[in-house]
Design a protein around this ligand. Structure first.
Ligand code: PRP
Ligand code: MN
Ligand code: MG
Length: 181
C-alpha cells in the first residue's frame, strides 16, 4: 500500500516568538531576584529545552537541577498518581527555587512537585511554565511566570512530545487530532 503523507503540523508559536517571551521571563526573574541566586529545577523531559533557553536569559547567579516523574497516563482511567523517578541531586533548603515546566495542563505534575519541594523548606518557591492550559486544570495550582496561555489543543515541539516524537522542533506546533501513530 502507498504510504499516506503525514499531515503538516501548524505552527502556534515561532522560534522568534518563543525566544522573545523567554527573554522577557528571564528579565522578570532578574528583577525579582536581584542580588540573589536561584536554583532552576527542570522537570524531565519536556522542560529541558525551555530550561536551557531560560537559563541563558537570566543574569542573576543560577544553578540547575532536574527531577523526573512517572507519566501518570493521560488516558481516561488516569489514576492521577505521580511517582518520583529521579529526585533532586542537591537539597534546596534555604534556596530560591524556580520549578521550570514546559506546560501546566491538569496541574497534577506540578501540584505533586510543588508540595514535595515545599517540604524542603526553600527560601522561596515559584513556578515558571512556558505554556498554561487553564481550561484543563484539575489540581488548583498556577504558575508565577507564564509564557503563553493557550486553549485546549495538543501541542508538540520545543521539548514537548507526541509519543516521544517532535521534542526537537524549534517551534511549538499544534498536533491535529487525526495525526497518524
Ligand atoms: C507533560 C508536560 C508536563 C506535564 C503537564 O509531561 O511536560 O510535565 O505533562 O501535565 P499535567 O499538568 O496534566 O500534569 P509528560 O508526563 O508527558 O512527560 P515528558 O515531559 O517526559 O513528556
Ligand atoms: Mn513533562
Ligand atoms: Mg510527554
Amino acid at each position: 500500500p502507498k504510504a499516506v503523507p503525514a499531515p503538516a503540523l501548524s505552527v502556534l508559536f515561532s522560534r522568534e516568538e518563543i525566544q522573545e517571551r523567554v527573554t522577557q521571563i528571564g528579565q522578570q526573574i532578574d528583577a525579582d531576584y536581584k542580588g540573589q541566586s536561584v536554583v532552576l529545577v527542570g522537570v524531565l523531559k519536556g522542560a529541558a529545552i525551555f530550561l536551557a533557553d531560560l537559563a541563558r536569559s537570566i543574569s542573576v547567579e543560577c544553578t540547575f537541577d532536574f527531577v523526573a516523574v512517572s507519566s501518570y497516563g493521560k488516558g481516561l482511567n488516569s489514576s492521577g498518581a505521580v511517582k518520583l523517578i529521579k529526585d533532586l541531586d542537591q537539597s534546596v533548603e534555604g534556596r530560591n527555587v524556580i520549578v521550570v515546566e514546559d506546560i501546566l495542563d491538569t496541574g497534577i505534575t506540578l501540584g505533586f512537585l510543588h508540595q514535595m519541594f515545599a517540604r524542603h523548606r526553600p527560601k522561596s518557591l515559584r513556578i515558571a511554565a512556558l505554556l498554561d492550559k487553564p481550561s484543563r486544570r484539575i489540581q488548583k495550582i498556577s504558575a508565577d511566570y507564564v509564557g503563553f496561555s493557550i486553549p485546549n489543543q495538543f501541542v508538540v515541539g520545543y521539548g514537548m512530545d507526541y509519543a516521544e516524537r517532535f521534542r526537537n522542533l524549534p517551534e511549538i506546533c499544534i498536533m491535529p487530532p487525526d495525526f497518524p501513530e
